[in-house]
Design a protein around this ligand. Structure first.
Ligand SMILES: [Fe+2]
Ligand SMILES: [Fe+2]
Length: 138
């Protein structure tokens, strides 16, 4: 792994965070039902944290000499609240694995400062996974 490939992966992480922002904005507005009220409040907290994650990633990419992406990935449409939460959990789980890999790679590249900047994303993404697992009864 060289720094160029690492920056490309960080840009994919950034695009995934853009997807989270758009996906949570839609899901918090459209998921209906009394049984979902508490998870919707949690998702609104996630939404704001995703903006922090995107900002951190864009800053680290620029710091390393890259250009932060402005592409938002396509977001699948879902038939109901349960499917929306499942889509959210799948995305958070994928991001958790990405950040585990990215912190490791940053250390291997001799960039402990970048690894440190990514640590809050790692921990908050695990929290998001746990919130969604709880809501889905897993
Ligand atoms: Fe995030
Ligand atoms: Fe998240």
């Amino acid at each position: 792994m060289d720094q160029h490939s690492f920056i490309a992966l960080l840009n994919e992480d950034l695009e995934s965070e853009y997807r989270s922002i758009v996906q949570y904005a839609q899901h918090t507005a459209t998921i209906k039902g009394a049984e979902y009220q508490s998870i919707i409040e949690e998702l609104k907290v996630h939404l704001h944290q995703e903006l922090d994650h995107a900002t951190t990633l864009a800053g680290q990419i620029a710091f390393l000499g890259g250009i932060p992406s402005v592409s938002v990935p396509e977001i699948p449409s879902v038939p109901d609240g349960a499917a929306a939460l499942r889509l959210d959990l799948d995305l958070e789980e994928a991001q958790l694995q990405r950040y585990r890999d990215r912190v490791q790679q940053a250390m291997e590249l001799g960039l402990p400062d970048v690894a440190e900047a990514l640590r809050p994303l790692l921990q908050q993404t695990q929290d998001h996974v746990m919130d969604l697992q709880g809501a889905l009864g897993e």
